[in-house]
Design a binder for this molecule. Structure first.
Ligand code: NAG
Ligand code: NAG
Ligand code: NAG
Length: 228
């Protein structure tokens, strides 16, 4: 037997193993997506993005429970595989290819074609890019963080808001220097870079409170809201 032959044999065995592992991983991913879809139940066509987000969240959790690490689940190869599976089962839809007019004098209303190399970047109804790694509540992949790194509960968000935005200059709604555009600009920055409301029409008060609600307690002595 030549050394060449042995090497080839070894390659076949190694490649065979890799292919096997790939098939096994692919099956696990498909099973996880199916399970997540079952868990979510019926989908509402008008709210596909919420449905997709929940399926992806559940898929991630199922894979973590199966022993995948978060680095594996979010790796480019596995993320691409999951995306492909979600396309096949119709949880996400391939968006039609955008055709840009490079010399068009105006911007598009929905932000498409701002970047001619990546026409979909910054378009409306697209996921926003994370600036920092996610830091959810310890051991969770989607629960709002309520515990600090020192293990103590984080301060009440309303309290933080009141401290950070304290009206030290005593601006009133009759201000002659601050107009409505201030609020509009804040809203624009807010919705453009940090938050896209995904969940509509949720009942967040009373007995039928949705699981997606995260109530904030009003601290005693709040300058705007009554004591809660
Ligand atoms: C954005 O607008 C372009 C036309 O300017 C259209 O082709 C595209 O589908 C729109 N995208 C979304 C997400 O509505
Ligand atoms: C704003 O002006 C109106 C009319 O002059 C007055 O009734 C109201 O109390 C003022 N509001 C504040 C917050 O100063
Ligand atoms: C809560 O949901 C139940 C069942 O759907 C319904 O009968 C009830 O009226 C709801 N209550 C409120 C306060 O909306």
């Amino acid at each position: 037997m030549s050394i060449h032959f042995l090497l080839c044999l070894l390659m076949v065995v190694v490649v065979g193993h890799t292919v096997q592992a790939k098939i096994k991983t692919r099956r696990s991913l498909e099973n996880a997506v199916q399970k997540a879809m079952k868990k979510q139940g019926s989908r509402h066509e008008h709210d596909l993005s919420t449905y997709a987000a929940n399926v992806i969240l559940d898929t991630t959790q199922i894979l973590l429970d199966k022993g995948f690490t978060i680095e594996e689940v979010t790796s480019d190869t596995i993320a691409a595989d999951i995306r492909e599976i979600l396309l096949v089962v119709g949880v996400v839809k391939e968006s039609p290819k955008l055709r840009c007019k490079p010399n068009h004098p105006y911007r598009t209303l929905n932000g498409s074609c701002n970047n001619l190399d990546h026409p979909e970047w910054g378009q409306s109804v697209r996921p926003q890019r994370r600036v920092l790694a996610p830091a959810y509540e310890k051991g969770s992949i989607g629960t709002m963080r309520a515990t600090g790194i020192n293990g103590k509960p984080l301060p009440n968000p309303r309290k933080v808001s009141n401290v950070v935005h304290s009206n030290t200059k005593g601006v009133t709604s009759n201000s002659t220097t601050i107009t409505l555009i201030t609020f509009q600009f804040g809203q624009f920055v807010d919705h453009d870079i940090i938050t896209t409301p995904l969940i509509d029409d949720e009942t967040c008060c009373g007995p039928n409170e949705s699981k997606d609600c995260i109530p904030i307690r009003i601290p005693r002595g709040d300058p705007f809201f009554r004591d809660g």
